[in-house]
Write a protein that binds this ligand. Structure first.
Ligand code: 5GP
Length: 114
């Protein structure tokens, strides 16, 4: 399996994923190896490789990705206690899959990272 296209394959329904939300702009699904009780990935429906590819033309997609994450946080009931949103970029940032994705993590105390 070509790991590089894995999120594209999820969008095309070529491989299975637990999709919890979809609209015209974004898709959200459960991470296959959850690092917290709630671990959701939110991706744009059109391919953007990384944060470096955000520009004037497509920047509104980021707002939609973030507002979707917040809606899901509220729906899953983690909003009051809190959660973490992570967007890794490229090798040093820990981005494994070259398809822009926002991690929504919560449901437990996540500790300090900085
Ligand atoms: P990154 O390190 O690129 O920011 O995060 C990639 C995330 O994608 C990881 O948390 C990893 O567990 C998740 N992931 C990798 N392959 C799959 C898959 O086939 N299905 C799902 N649902 N998540 C995946």
């Amino acid at each position: 399996m070509d790991q590089k296209n894995i999120f594209l394959k999820i969008l095309k329904k070529e491989i299975k994923a637990d999709i919890i939300y979809k609209d015209k702009i974004v898709t959200a699904f459960k991470d296959i190896k959850p690092k917290a009780p709630v671990h959701i990935l939110i991706i744009p429906n059109t391919l953007i490789i990384s944060a470096n590819d955000i520009n004037e033309e497509n920047k509104n997609i980021l707002t939609h990705i973030f507002t979707t994450a917040i809606k899901i946080a509220k729906k899953t009931g983690i909003d009051e206690k809190g959660y973490r949103l992570i967007l890794n970029c490229n090798k040093d940032g820990g981005q494994e899959i070259p398809y822009l994705h926002l991690h929504l993590l919560g449901g437990k105390y996540l500790g300090d990272i900085l």
